[in-house]
Design a binder for this molecule. Sequence first.
Ligand code: HEM
Length: 250
Amino acid sequence: MGSSSTPIAVPAPRPVARRPEARPPRPSNVTLKVTMAVTGTVFALFVLVHMIGNLKVYTGAAHFDAYAHWLRTLAEPLLPYEGALWIFRVVLLLCLAAHIGASLVLIGRAHRAKGRFRRRGMGWRRLPATGMPVTGLVLLIFVVVHILDLTTGTKPVAAQGFESATEQTSPAYHNLVESLQRWPMALFYLAVMLLLGLHLVHGLWTLATDFGVTGRRTRRVWALAGMAFAAAVMLGNASIPIAVLAGGVG
Ligand code: HEM
């Protein structure tokens, strides 16, 4: 008797529904973080150099105005009047656009990834860290007010006695004193310098992570250096409205 084998029906494999592969977001978080770090470094250097320049106000009107005039005539005759200044302005503006753009994308992604989870164990760093968008926005508003006040002399932001710079002279000292003698404006400058200090402390701290600084000791030194940097910029600048209000400059 021959055995008749019944063929076993093997079900055809069901087509596996392939999930579309999660594509990494573009631009990547690393690109955005590096953009923030590089542009943030440019700003940190700018506010440091600007603060050192501002301190020239203590050397008197002639020196301060000569410095403001030098900024406008820098690299003449290779560049026209204010040529170098315009190069700085364009570079800063591009950095600002990149810094804000990258921060908005990163904040959006962080919110989506985190959901309702709240980071713990940040200690005193929570305030500057979570306040970054707010302090950043206030700084942006400050820069607009500051330019209307001391560069373009646009009323009613600028003081009544504002005088424009010419190719011969830059009355920066006079404009600074006229502006900061108005106590609401001086208080605004003071408050913003405090927020600038907070923004710098956290920004400089995150630079350590963004640039891959991992050693415990190095990170501690970095944090202290960041705090010293932020305090120097904040106090150096804050001393000026105080000095004008107190009558020490004017
Ligand atoms: C108490 C603090 C500050 C004082 C006394 C001060 C003073 C001045 C003065 C006198 C000018 C006009 C210079 C000129 O006409 O040659 C100026 C311009 C400017 N400052 Fe400040 N500044 C302060 C803080 C800041 C901060 C914190 C920032 C940035 C976050 C900043 C950004 C600028 C910018 C972008 C300009 C315009 C430069 C231009 O395009 O001509 N300043 N500042």
